[in-house]
Design a protein around this ligand. Structure first.
Ligand SMILES: NC(=O)c1ccc[n+]([C@@H]2O[C@H](COP(=O)([O-])OP(=O)(O)OC[C@H]3O[C@@H](n4cnc5c(N)ncnc54)[C@H](O)[C@@H]3O)[C@@H](O)[C@H]2O)c1
Ligand SMILES: N[C@H](CO)Cc1c[nH]c[nH+]1
Ligand SMILES: [Zn+2]
Length: 442
């Protein structure tokens, strides 16, 4: 089940490594035509298209044709969770507090200034974006944690209008855990629509859904494709597609823990990726021996998802040494990177490209997914080379501030005049020249 790929620098062009490095890209690309048709239909027919796609893809007719969940529904579903799963309510409360604490530390001051040269001050004013659509998936699982990871930083940033888009469950109602998370955060605007059609609704607006300037949140290949195609109509934020993990280990790691860690993101869906990267053949062999039984013990459909992952985008990458394992991890740029090496803190300094680095054998991926407080909505498909996980900065914009005193004008004015000359802008030049002249008179 665990295919072994021998890696050495220069082998990344081999077909096997090309496939591993591209992971779900081919699946996402294959949806383009179908997703284009969905987006166009929502643009033209609004709510009618949303209701039809919800019937077709989620297998449910929304009661009364109502796309927005009313406050009674949010309260009733949240109450159901309180009654049936107080342990889950407690976990959501604890996670929300940790996520808030971590993200509050990211908040920059509302206004900051610094003196660039005497009499010249440059600064920044930070303000929240006016509104945001948050996409909370619900195809192959319930994702209250995703709602927390998106909504808490949006609240910390001070976004005044926060709306949630999420597919309905089989009864056409809200997922109880998502409803509970929305209620405790005070979020009242929830639309029961998912997939590409939800992204289209947020971008174009419909009779029941207003337009939003930005949508954030992870999703499957349809959601990811829709965000790509709608770039320009809506800011789609980071590319957060099918989940993926790279477990980087040396001979000091415990094979039974590593085998379990490999399954974590693989069980999300057939498009996920899971790689074990190590210079230790002994460890690979030990993990390979444990894996089949662990996979068999999973319930369906998770078992099939994992089998699919190990046939397509999973496996073990065997490197000549630990340094090459680090180099491969940087090349791959995983969403989640878990380090089981003898000096994991030193490895943190060495590594550059990952959505998150989980340090040491006790920091298993689900802790980061759910409760540590770091954000689990992270870039996938290699985008961690240039992009970052969700943070308060996704919900803020910056306005530059400049203040120049007469002393500063005397220092910088002649340089501005020189620029205006070389760039050929006489009005720019004059605006500076008259002020310099005025100053010389005084
Ligand atoms: N990168 C991250 O930070 C992160 C975090 C959490 C989850 N994820 C990923 O998010 C994804 C969640 O996927 P999901 O499927 O569970 O939920 P989802 O909400 O993304 O997708 C469900 C929707 O897909 C649409 N759909 C299903 N079949 C379709 C078809 N044939 N044609 C058109 N549309 C169709 C339906 O509208 C449905 O509502 C997983 O891949 C998971 O790995 C990523
Ligand atoms: N692994 C996901 C991010 O890729 C986060 C998550 C939420 N629930 C379970 N997992
Ligand atoms: Zn996960």
């Amino acid at each position: 089940m665990l295919r072994i790929y021998a890696y050495a620098p220069g082998r990344e062009g081999d077909p096997d490594f090309q496939r591993l490095l591209r992971r779900a890209e081919a699946d996402i690309a294959a949806t383009e035509e179908a997703v284009r048709a969905i987006l166009e239909d929502v643009r033209l027919r609004g709510d009618a298209a949303l209701l039809e796609f919800t019937r077709r893809f989620d297998g449910v007719s929304l009661p009364g044709g109502r796309i927005r969940a009313d406050e009674g529904e949010i309260a009733a579903q949240a109450e159901r969770l309180r009654r049936e799963r107080p342990d889950v309510c407690e976990a959501i409360d604890a996670a929300a507090a940790n996520i808030r604490r971590h993200h509050e530390r990211q908040l920059p001051p509302p206004i900051s200034w610094g003196e660039v040269v005497p009499g010249v001050f440059a600064g920044e004013k930070v303000t929240p974006i006016p509104s945001v659509a948050l996409y909370v998936p619900r195809g192959k699982g319930s994702f209250p944690s995703v709602l927390l990871m998106l909504a808490v930083p949006a609240q910390v940033a001070g976004v005044p209008k926060i709306a949630v888009f999420t597919p309905p469950n089989a009864e056409g109602t809200l997922d109880p855990a998502v409803a509970y998370a929305a209620e405790v955060l005070g979020i009242r605007e929830v639309y029961k629509v998912g997939g590409a059609q939800a992204v289209a609704a947020a971008a174009f607006g419909t009779e029941s859904v207003p337009r939003f300037p930005k949508i954030l949140g992870p999703g499957n290949r349809y959601v990811t494709q829709a965000k790509r195609l709608l770039y320009g109509s809506i800011d789609p934020g980071l590319p957060a597609g099918p989940s993926e993990a790279l477990i980087l280990v040396d001979a000091s790691a415990r094979p039974d823990w590593v085998a379990r860690d490999l399954l974590v993101e693989a069980e999300h869906g057939p498009e996920s990726a899971a790689l074990l990267v190590t210079p230790s053949r002994k460890l690979v062999e030990a993990v390979a021996e444990l894996l089949p039984e662990l996979v068999e013990s999973l319930p369906e459909p998770r078992r099939s998802f994992v089998r699919n992952v190990f046939a397509a985008y999973g496996g073990a990458v065997l490197t000549p040494d630990l340094e090459t394992a680090f180099a491969f991890a940087d090349l791959y740029a995983p969403e989640h990177l878990l380090l089981h090496v003898s000096d994991p803190m030193a490895a943190v300094f060495r590594l550059q490209n990952a959505g998150e680095i989980l340090v040491g054998p006790h920091t298993t991926i689900p802790l980061g997914n759910f409760v540590v407080g770091v954000n689990a909505i992270l870039p996938t498909g290699g985008a961690a080379r240039w992009s970052s996980g969700v943070s308060v900065h996704d919900f803020l914009k910056r306005t530059s501030l400049a203040y120049v005193t007469p002393e500063g004008l005397r220092a910088l004015g002649p340089h501005a005049v020189a620029f205006a000359n070389v760039e050929g802008f006489p009005a720019h030049l004059e605006a500076v020249r008259v002020r310099l002249q005025e100053g010389n008179k005084g």
